[in-house]
Design a protein around this ligand. Structure first.
Ligand SMILES: NC(=O)c1ccc[n+]([C@@H]2O[C@H](COP(=O)([O-])OP(=O)(O)OC[C@H]3O[C@@H](n4cnc5c(N)ncnc54)[C@H](O)[C@@H]3O)[C@@H](O)[C@H]2O)c1
Length: 442
């Protein structure tokens, strides 16, 4: 099977719409790793291992040594933003990484200047952009993005590209008629249909240029039938939505554990306080609605109340996000779980996660770009469900399918996909063959 995967040699360009906290933390981080200053902690593609064969064989290489992945010392970064700040200035503004580290990377970071964004305040009401493209129609804007993509590839000597949306969360938009087919979407782009927000224009441009696309925010972007069909037609892998970090990461670690023990949950109250620009955007009820929908869906799919009514039917799930400037990027996620055990006796779990949002998200952007590039070289197209591992609201191959949220199932799916691509046996943890072996050897 591995012979079907095209070589990972050469240079991968990672294009990021939105050069804010997450994107600049990623870019600075990759430069720091390449300079030997830090390690890529939290990145599955760089630090994750994969067991091959039986447990008794003791073969657990690093994922990057098992399957050909783009080399992070050969990555070129580019992006768009509505502010003209270069990546160094934007990273200083974001305040995630300390100045001492940023000073050591200053020349590399200053060299990355944003391209003019495609932006409309209608979709992110809290932002006042100054640096964006103009065009008579949304199709004109898409054409300008496509030109940016081609120019970036040539100017940076890239062999391949991947795009990950790191822009602000847009207002909640429901799927509608214009999103249904490639033709209706293209018609909508020419007619400036209001149901086509900026992130969809980037996704369209990427897919038209054959560039794999991931969406790190909860807004629809490429999660519409038209773009899914376009990705299939053009042989482009896509995935989304909304990076799984912080509180939802914790939720999808804890909930499967409680369910495995058949413990009931009566209530789960989650509140976040954060003070970065993302928090400010989410202070707007329309942008929060997009995030809320993404965060709320997680528990139902893990706990399956319809199949476990005694345990989860009455679960009260509440999610809040509060903009609180003094905390900056250092988000605090509080969870209160009211659970019950044997004979219905009540217990409580409290989680106070003092996390750093962008520190958790940056490695996911790297992994998504690297795995999407792998998918592209392996001729995989359309929705990449095996990358659900990285998302709060994973896209599924068909509409009537519940997404997988359980992080352990997601991990198994990701690793089995890698094993499958390399022609290795899948691991089911059944383990019966060990007993057979023991009997034979007895
Ligand atoms: N950090 C996390 O843990 C996490 C988790 C899940 C999702 N996300 C999502 O990732 C995205 C980025 O988060 P962040 O903390 O870096 O936010 P941020 O506000 O620091 O950065 C977003 C950047 O996007 C820019 N932008 C907005 N609209 C744009 C457009 N149309 N084109 C180009 N640039 C545009 C903004 O100017 C800003 O610089 C947000 O949507 C956030 O909700 C983050």
């Amino acid at each position: 099977m591995s012979s079907n995967i095209a070589s990972a040699d050469g240079r991968l360009g990672i294009l990021l719409p939105g050069l804010g906290a997450v994107a600049t933390t990623l870019i600075a981080g990759v430069h720091a790793v390449n300079k030997g200053i830090s390690k890529p902690i939290g990145s599955t593609s760089q630090m994750g291992t994969i067991r091959i064969g039986k447990r008794t064989e003791n073969k657990t290489p690093l994922i990057k040594d098992f399957i050909p992945l783009a080399d992070i010392s050969k990555i070129a970064f580019g992006g768009w933003d509505i502010f003209e700040d270069n990546v160094y200035q934007s990273a200083v503004h974001a305040g995630v990484l300390d100045r001492y580290l940023l000073e050591q990377l200053k020349p590399e970071l200053e060299a990355i200047k944003p391209m003019k964004a495609v932006f409309d305040k209608k979709y992110v009401t809290k932002l006042e952009g100054t640096y964006y493209k103009t065009g008579a129609t949304k199709m004109d804007l898409a054409d300008q993005l496509r030109e940016d993509i081609r120019n970036f590839k040539t100017e940076n000597n890239c062999d391949r590209l991947a795009m990950v949306w790191c822009g602000s969360t847009e207002i909640y938009i429901e799927e509608s008629a214009v999103h249904q087919t490639i033709e209706s979407l293209e018609e909508g782009l020419r007619n400036n249909d209001e149901n086509i927000p900026s992130s969809m224009i980037y996704a369209y441009a990427a897919i038209m240029e054959g560039v794999p696309y991931a969406n790190g925010a909860p807004n629809l972007s490429a999660d519409i039938p038209a773009l899914i069909a376009l990705a299939k037609r053009n042989g482009v892998p896509i995935c989304g939505k909304d990076f799984k970090t912080g509180q939802t990461l914790m939720k999808t670690i804890l909930a499967p554990g409680l369910k495995t023990r058949s413990l009931g949950i009566a209530g789960w109250f989650s509140t976040n306080i954060l003070g970065n620009r993302d928090g400010e955007v989410l202070d707007d009820p329309a942008s929060f609605k997009t995030k809320e929908m993404s965060k709320l869906s997680v528990l139902d799919s893990i706990l399956e109340p319809e199949k476990n009514p005694d345990l989860y039917k009455d679960l009260y799930h509440k999610v809040r996000i509060n903009y609180y400037p003094p905390h900056g990027d250092n988000k605090e996620g509080w969870d209160n779980l009211d659970i019950f055990g044997w004979l219905g006796y009540k217990m409580q779990i409290k989680v106070d996660f003092l996390c750093r949002d962008s520190i958790l998200a940056a490695p996911l952007v790297l992994d998504l770009a690297i795995f999407l590039d792998l998918a592209s070289r392996a001729n995989m197209s359309g929705i990449q469900e095996w990358l659900s591992f990285f998302f709060k609201a994973p896209q599924t191959p068909t509409k009537n399918m519940q997404p997988l949220h359980d992080i352990f199932k997601q991990e198994m799916k990701l690793k089995n996909t890698l094993r499958h691509l390399q022609g290795e046996d899948l691991i089911t943890h059944l383990g019966l063959d060990y007993e057979e072996e023991a009997t034979q050897n007895a």
